[in-house]
Design a binder for this molecule. Structure first.
Ligand code: ATP
Ligand code: MG
Length: 454
């Protein structure tokens, strides 16, 4: 092999090595350029690449012995030697005095006398241009130099193209991780919104409940109040008679129907006592329902008791719609979160009442076996089609008019029962009615494994 061919092969090998290290940073491109410029016995050179974001512009990304500030400048495609060569795709050999560029302050003998510029392209895609210059008295370049450089600049074009791809890929990865972060934030926001919704569902239930309780308390308080003013009148009459009998009153003996008072006063007192008992019971049920005096922890509790006290709380919502029939058997206590289960019962009871168009019956049943306890709320209301049945546990699914239902009741109930490792079963026939059954295990899962292995 000729000495020049050997040198060319080893140059290609060296460039190949460099190109493998090059990941597109300007230092690597600078190293490649310097290598090529040196191997051609040139003193200065530049490498310009097409800006992928602005394909009509070339950016000078590397330079050897160029006037200050040239690296980083842009050149429009079609202008200057670099721009023309990059656009036409044809190399250019220039010999003789080269035009002095505006800010080229170099001494006369340091200015280029001979230059070659090669286009960088892959297939017909323009990548950029590479130029080099011999300065002063050095021999000018010839056609053989132009030919020799062709394969080298192809290698440079590949490296630049790889570098662009690499940058693009990095940008894509960056964009993807940004999207990922955005999605994560959205997810957190969604969860917060869901929490808020659950909270507002709870608030809505409390509002509903407060209205019912106010109504329930208002009735007995109303007649207790009116009985008290009647009693006040009676006491006034009796005191006047007493004063007259003692001789301390003036005027004639006051009129007083003692027989009537003897009959009416005990009746008034017992009615008043009954009214107060009702208020006391409602307050007790409310306390049981909300368990204000208990913590929201797991405890052994009786589902039937929970169902009954919840029924009393929502009585106001139900009583005009349905007669409640209780077919309840006593249940063993089970580990549960009683306050939350009461919320489940409340939703089942209110749903049952709302499903009854005019007047109907709600039946409450209970039962248990060795593994489970269950309670049932059945109604003879409108029932559900299979399509409705398949969607009722979806959050926000409601068939009720705006303002009447949020569609969260059953989805909240579902998650509460799931927390207990229990299940909600349902039987429904359109036009005939619906029965929901809440089934809970008698032992918590952790305890079960302890019992088996312990
Ligand atoms: N006992 C029932 N009979 C007939 N349909 C029912 C019954 N219970 C629930 N549904 C149907 O399931 C839907 C969802 O019930 P869910 O309790 O989740 O929401 P909602 O009652 O519509 O609204 P919310 O409970 O939030 O006030 C109801 O809109 C209704 O169509
Ligand atoms: Mg509901």
């Amino acid at each position: 092999m000729e000495a020049t061919s050997v040198a060319a092969v080893s140059l290609v090998e060296e460039l190949h090595e460099l190109s493998r290290e090059a990941d597109g940073d300007s230092q690597a491109l600078q190293a490649m350029l310097s290598h090529i410029v040196r191997s051609f016995g040139a003193q200065s050179g530049s490498l310009a690449v097409v800006d992928p974001r602005e394909p009509t512009q070339l950016r000078i990304v590397a330079g050897i012995d160029l006037p200050a500030g040239v690296v980083g400048q842009t050149v429009a495609l079609g202008t200057g030697v670099l721009g023309k060569v990059a656009q036409t795709g044809e190399p250019m050999l220039i010999n003789g005095e080269l035009r002095k560029s505006g800010d080229d302050a170099r001494e006369e003998r340091a200015r280029p006398r001979s230059a070659i510029c090669w286009p960088l392209a892959i297939k017909n895609r323009r990548i950029g241009a590479l130029s080099m210059n011999r300065i002063g008295d050095a021999d000018p370049f010839g056609d053989s130099d132009v030919a020799r450089g062709r394969s080298l600049v192809t290698l440079v074009a590949l490296v630049v193209d790889n570098a662009n791809l690499h940058t693009e890929q990095m940008e894509r990865i960056e964009r993807l991780s940004q999207l990922n972060a955005e999605m994560r934030t959205m997810n957190v926001q969604l969860q917060a919104t869901q929490q808020q919704l659950l909270q507002s569902e709870k608030m809505a239930s409390i509002g509903q409940l407060a209205a019912g309780v106010a109504h329930e308390i208002n009735n007995p308080v109303g007649y207790v109040y009116s009985n008290l003013s009647t009693l006040q009148g009676y006491v006034g009459e009796l005191l006047a008679v007493v004063r007259h009998l003692r001789g301390t009153g003036d005027g004639p003996e006051p009129a007083c129907d003692i027989e009537f008072l003897e009959e009416d006063i005990p009746q008034l007192v017992s009615e008043t006592r009954e009214g107060l008992d009702r208020v006391k019971k409602i307050v007790q049920d409310l306390k049981d329902f909300s368990r204000v005096d208990k913590s929201d922890d797991w405890e052994e509790a009786n589902l039937v008791k929970g169902l009954e006290s919840t029924l009393n709380i929502v009585q106001n919502e139900i009583k005009y719609k349905a007669a409640v029939v209780k077919e309840l058997v006593p249940l063993p206590d089970v580990p549960c979160l009683p306050t939350q289960l009461n919320q489940v019962f409340m939703n089942l009871l209110v749903n049952a009442a709302q499903a009854i168009p005019a007047k109907g019956t709600i039946v409450l049943r209970s039962g248990f076996d060795a593994a489970c306890v269950w309670v049932e709320v059945g109604d003879d209301g409108c029932g559900m089609s299979p399509e409705v049945q398949s969607r009722i546990f979806e959050p926000f699914y409601t068939t009720k008019p705006v303002g009447k239902g949020t569609g969260l009741g059953l989805s909240v109930s579902y998650s509460i029962v799931q927390k207990h490792n229990g299940k909600i079963e349902l039987k429904s026939t359109p036009g005939q009615g619906t029965t929901f059954r809440v089934v809970l295990p008698r032992v918590r899962e952790g305890e079960l494994t302890e019992a088996v292995h312990g």
